[in-house]
Design a protein around this ligand. Structure first.
Ligand code: SF4
Length: 458
């Protein structure tokens, strides 16, 4: 069995997670015509904008209700009204996604009540969806999933609809945070299996669009309001994320309660085993055979494993990041013969450990330490005590990688020190092959540098 612990330190030194409203902004940016609005001070919105622009290299507008000293004393109702008026005038949004911040939660602003009054005064106002996301209540993962749940809870009518006449081809998909490239790939996979995917969030265009001919106030793309409301007509739906599947409330559970659809929960399809499980489920639901091109892609992945297994087999890794991502990467590493020494997340939900227990064999769990509530100071100390051959996670691990002279395979969010974060693929057979080859090349680069003579041929 692996050893698991939640780090309880008097101070957090460089948290291995981001703030909850950032997760809310990531979720709301995947909805068509949506402007995220943070109810709090400018600083919260500026930090989140900065993080997202640096990773996605796209314009990212995030509004703020702009708290000042007096707002912190008298409440932010007037500021929220002004912020919504400004957004309606400047952006003409189809929806506004409002997330609270530490300050507005601490002073006890009753945002749902404020929004009720704003809607009453302006009946033509587009939908205003609210998620309570104080950062002291959880990580960006918490903010992300709470916002997705808020979208389903607040946009879809209550009560199971009639199962007769349900649309079998419609497949709502709620996923852990993915790169736009993986979102596109996932939609293709689901489409190949005979479904019309309704991916939520869908930032495949909003956060990775093409060149604009003319300035647009809001980027194109995203899950449309109509498609969100149509989800009630689906027969089945999927939640992809092994750790978040264990949450008490999933947007899919809410959708199931409201529409009567059959909910299915799985981890992210990273690697052969997980992608096989994912496609088997789609095959069960659609009755359609797995297309030849996917079977060929699987065969090419196995061939790549065989060709290069000697480069990575027997290596040791430290993996950190979002719970769902770590829960998908560790079984993938086990599949290619890499032993994970430490699997870490800044979240404290306890779901990472349970998810890994369900996905790994006893042998694969042996000697692995699962750290929840992790910070980078702790991870660096663990890496010095028991050095891994490589790190795998976001660019926030770079300082530790540089100090310990250990390669970092960049995956997840944020990637601040490289270009191409939005195009990193890990899902499906094709994504696993790209990830496998990036690990092999990362290791080869270190070995090549370390040899006295270097080598130019494998
Ligand atoms: S104050 Fe809270 S919500 Fe604002 S940036 Fe800091 S942690 Fe995030």
């Amino acid at each position: 069995m692996f050893h698991s612990e939640e780090i309880m330190k008097p101070v957090t030194e460089n948290a291995c997670s981001l703030c909850a409203p950032l997760g809310a902004a990531l979720a709301f940016k995947g909805v068509e015509g949506c402007v995220p609005l943070l109810h709090g001070s400018q600083g919260c919105a500026t930090y989140i904008r900065r993080y997202m622009i640096s990773h996605f290299k796209e314009p990212v507008d995030i509004a703020s209700s702009n708290f000042h000293e007096d707002t912190a004393i008298f409440g932010g109702g007037a500021n929220l009204r002004t912020a919504i008026d400004n957004i309606l005038r400047q952006y003409r949004p189809k929806i506004i996604g409002i997330a609270s911040t530490c300050l507005s939660e601490t002073i006890g602003d009753d945002v749902p009540m404020m929004l009720k009054e704003i809607r009453k005064a302006n009946p033509d106002c587009p939908p205003l969806v609210f998620a309570s996301t104080p950062s002291y209540g959880g990580s960006h993962g918490e903010g992300y999933w709470k916002s997705l749940s808020a979208l389903v809870e607040q946009l879809l009518p209550e009560g199971p609809s009639n199962m007769a006449g349900k649309r079998e081809e419609l497949l709502p998909l709620f996923t852990a945070a993915l790169s736009p490239a993986d979102q596109r790939h996932l939609k293709d996979l689901v489409g190949l299996m005979g479904f019309f995917p309704c991916l939520v969030p869908d930032s495949s265009e909003t956060l990775d669009g093409g060149q604009w001919e003319e300035y647009e106030t809001l980027p194109r793309g995203g899950a449309s309001l109509e498609s969100l409301q149509n989800m009630a007509e689906a027969k089945a739906g999927l939640h992809l994320g092994a750790a978040s599947s264990l949450r008490e409330v999933s947007p899919l559970t809410i959708l199931g309660r409201k529409s009567g659809l059959a909910p299915h929960f799985q981890g992210l399809p990273v690697g052969i085993r997980a992608t096989d499980r994912f496609l088997a489920l789609l095959q069960d639901l659609s009755g359609q055979a797995i297309p030849k091109m996917l079977l060929e892609e699987r065969s090419r992945l196995i061939d790549a494993y065989v060709d290069s297994h000697k480069i990575v087999s027997g290596l040791k890794a430290m993996v950190f990041g979002d719970e769902d991502l770590v829960a998908a990467l560790v079984p993938f590493l086990a599949e290619i013969g890499v032993k994970t020494l430490v699997a870490a997340s800044g979240s404290r939900s306890g779901h990472l450990k349970k998810a890994l227990e369900s996905l790994l064999s006893k042998e694969e769990q042996e000697g692995m330490q699962v750290v929840e509530g992790a910070d980078y100071a702790t991870l660096e100390k663990l890496a010095e005590e028991n050095p891994p051959d490589f790190f795998m996670g976001s660019s926030k691990g770079y300082a530790m990688s540089r100090k310990t002279r250990t390669p970092l395979i960049r995956v997840g969010f944020p990637i601040h020190d490289r270009v191409g974060g939005p195009s990193i693929r890990i899902l499906g057979y094709g994504g696993a092959r790209e990830l496998f080859e990036r690990i092999c090349n990362g290791i080869l680069e270190v070995r090549q540098e370390a040899t006295g003579v270097g080598f130019s041929y494998l």
